[in-house]
Design a protein. Sequence first.
Length: 413
Amino acid sequence: MKAKITEPQFRLGFILVTTLFFMWGLSYGLVDVLNKHFQEALHITKAQSGLIQAAYFGAYFVIALPAGLFINKKGYKAGIILGLSLYAIGALLFVPAAMQLTFGFFLFALFVLALGLGCLETAANPYASALGDPATAEQRLNLSQSFNGLGQFFGPLIGGLFFFSEGGSAASGDFTAVTYTYVGIALVVVVLIALFAKAKLPNLLENEEKLDAVNAQKDSTSMWSHSEFKYGVITLFFYVAAQVGVGAFFINLMVETWPQSSSQQGAYFLSIAMLAFLIGRFVSTALMSKIAANKLLMIYAIINTVLCAVILSGADYIAVIAAIAVFFFMSSMFPTIFAMGVKNLGSKTKIGSSFMIMAIVGGAVMPYFMGKIADHFGTHIAYALPLVCFLIVLAYTFSYKNTALVQAETVVN
């Protein structure tokens, strides 16, 4: 019998898990504003500010496999509570970091916070994907990820409003607003921990084991024997590198190519870009009822390649508008690549998801190199690197073969 999201237990699970997407979206939206804030408040270069993303997304690489093993043994709920706990601890570490006013301490706080987010993503992405009919996994995950986009919209809006002074820039050494913001986030996360601790969430282990049994009759059951998973991990690395790079230096791009703009205005425009990202999620979810997920991914990859070429021109106003458009067409890429990659893995879904989450380390690598290029040649030239990444996403859409759909439907019917 098919598991339907309309069933009470599945509906409650889906609603609670979707709140997690909002919370890590909020955190990610704030990180891109912190990038510019640290440049001004701590007087660091663009390349050095890229270490913020290195600490943040490097944590995903460190935690993903241990989190997958933990979730495989203890279950999705335990993994979610562990992730939320680390999230709260990392947010509270901003208090001593602000007292010390050292860049390294802030990086450590972000690293711990991101350990929690990596654990959450390892659990929540496959969980949301599995809460229903496998045939609509991409559509369902895109719906949850839409709330991630909502969080990313509010992140830079909050950062722009509180992190910068009236003149539009960050005051040197002033981290009061940053500290209060992260303490507030920690309090919300503690409330979520209590809610998840009391909630009865569906255990999907039985369905995953059935799917794995079917796979065992058809192949070696090795995760790496599934080409859509193997190339999905590689593709996700480059996609996340592109997404993080595009966002990390958006405010710099705004200041350099939008005459008479400030960092604060750049943060507000980044919020607009995140709104485009959010709208893109809902639009893409609707489109997937009519267009195959891999085909829509292909179309979006082509469009973003062209848009990055426009940004490379460095044309006033146009470069910023093109960057905002990139966010719209990036909107469905992560959940689509993720769902396409893990759809066939059965009981190996949690471990496979760990490798997919480890691929998020691409976001740790890209900002530093984009920062180096931006420091020497201008921020707009740095967008050549995301352009290459979108070409790799495009290549994945041509190689992808959905061999799992028939197997999945066989199990759940």
